[in-house]
Design a protein around this ligand. Structure first.
Ligand code: UDP
Ligand code: MG
Length: 317
């Protein structure tokens, strides 16, 4: 019998644990002849009674498992731990606050049965979103998609199903500064999307502050792309060429052709152009150094060079 793991990162969600568990148990019930289940709660160093609440569940239901962090490590790491720990032939990741509608889980499973290896929940716009948040996320995806190699669907969420092959490949990543979603997208595989409307948070408040979101956005740019690193170099090349041309033009105009226009530049202005030119050279050099750093960065991440779906001689069906 195949099995399905549910992975739930939870930080200060004490009131949401039981309702979520009941919902999941209800939607998975029709599948119980077909798939065994495992519900993994990763308690990400909650300060409230989340851990206690989960422990209570593990006592009544042996399919509930608790991964208890010693402190708060953040959702990305909590999700990663769930992926390391799970044993199912597929896993479904969802938020603990019931914003990801558990009643869609059967749809995810159906897509998986059709042969998709990654099923991604995509959030429809909701009225409660502030304009700034909408604008911010639009800008985020615009920039991200223009500087990375794989395409990321705007508004795709962490609400996802992953096949075992994807989980195993994911678990080979060793980098610690990570955005789970981005890494899953990097892996490729056959993807399918499910659109959903996010519910309101059941209890508590969202712990992603503006500052945390900015940090996550920066982290995703940096971990998925080397373009930010090369920016200084591009800027340097532009400044060097631009000020070089102007300086050269003034010089030959003044000393060789005696252009009146060239002699209107004062010494201070000429010096300014020269300094800008030097700044351009310095930035270009920084850009060169960053090319080497980019190589070191790539080596240190130690990403797999390629990702294989299946060997022709692999024993698993
Ligand atoms: N979460 C976590 N660790 C954290 C912050 C959040 O495990 O440090 C969990 C949280 O319990 C929830 C999910 O990540 O299940 C999404 O968090 P939240 O609802 O605060 O963010 P948003 O809905 O704004 O994405
Ligand atoms: Mg939430």
């Amino acid at each position: 019998m195949k099995s399905i793991s549910i992975i739930i990162p939870a930080y200060d969600e004490e009131m949401n644990i039981r309702p979520l568990y009941e919902k999941i148990a209800e939607v998975l019930d029709p599948f119980k002849e077909k798939y065994s289940r495992e519900i993994i709660f990763v308690n990400d160093g909650s300060k409230d009674g989340t851990g206690k609440e989960i422990k209570r569940l593990t006592r009544d239901d042996s399919s509930v498992k608790l991964v208890d962090f010693s402190r708060n490590f953040g959702k990305e790491i909590a999700t990663t731990a769930g992926l390391h720990y799970c044993s199912g032939d597929a896993c479904i990741i969802l938020d603990a606050d019931l914003q990801h509608p558990a009643e869609l889980i059967p749809d995810f499973i159906r897509k998986w049965e059709q042969g998709f290896e990654v099923v991604i929940g995509v959030r429809k716009k909701s009225q409660s979103d502030s304009q700034i948040r909408i604008l911010g996320s639009k800008l985020f995806y615009k920039i991200l998609n223009s500087i990375i190699e794989t395409e990321i669907m705007p508004n795709s969420t962490d609400f996802r199903l992953l096949d075992r092959v994807v989980i195993d490949e994911f678990n080979r990543f060793t980098e610690t500064q990570r955005m789970t979603r981005g890494l899953i997208d990097w892996l490729g595989f056959r993807r399918e999307y499910i659109h959903f409307e996010a519910n309101k948070r059941l209890h508590g408040t969202a712990s992603y502050s503006f500052f945390k979101l900015v940090k996550l956005a920066l982290n995703s740019f940096i971990s998925l792309s080397l373009v930010p690193l090369k920016l200084a170099g591009y800027l340097g090349i532009f400044i060097t060429i631009f000020s070089g041309i102007i300086g050269f033009y003034i010089m030959i105009g003044k000393y060789f052709f005696g252009w009146h226009f060239a002699s209107t530049f004062s010494d201070a202005e000429n010096l300014a152009i020269f300094i800008v030119f030097l700044v351009g050279i310095i930035l270009t050099s920084i850009g060169l150094i960053s090319l080497y750093i980019a190589n070191i960065h790539k080596e240190i991440l130690h990403r797999p060079m390629y990702v294989i779906r299946k060997h022709s001689d692999s024993s698993s069906a």
